[in-house]
Write a protein that binds this ligand. Structure first.
Ligand SMILES: [Zn+2]
Length: 55
């Protein structure tokens, strides 16, 4: 089991199975949608619902 920290509220996100790069998860603490941006270590960033992909 893997854990990562929510960048929004600092809460702990627990992955039941190994996450995938770019996978979207929801923080149970603040309800934000987060995206996996790195796997080793696992890092999360707030998922942008619209625009600014491509930068
Ligand atoms: Zn959170």
């Amino acid at each position: 089991m893997l854990n990562a920290e929510c960048p929004e509220c600092g809460g702990t996100i627990t992955f039941q199975s190994s996450p995938l790069l770019q996978e979207l998860v929801k923080c149970a603490g603040c309800g934000k949608d987060l995206q996996v941006t790195s796997l080793d270590p696992v890092e999360l960033a707030a998922a942008e619902q619209e625009a600014e992909w491509g930068q």
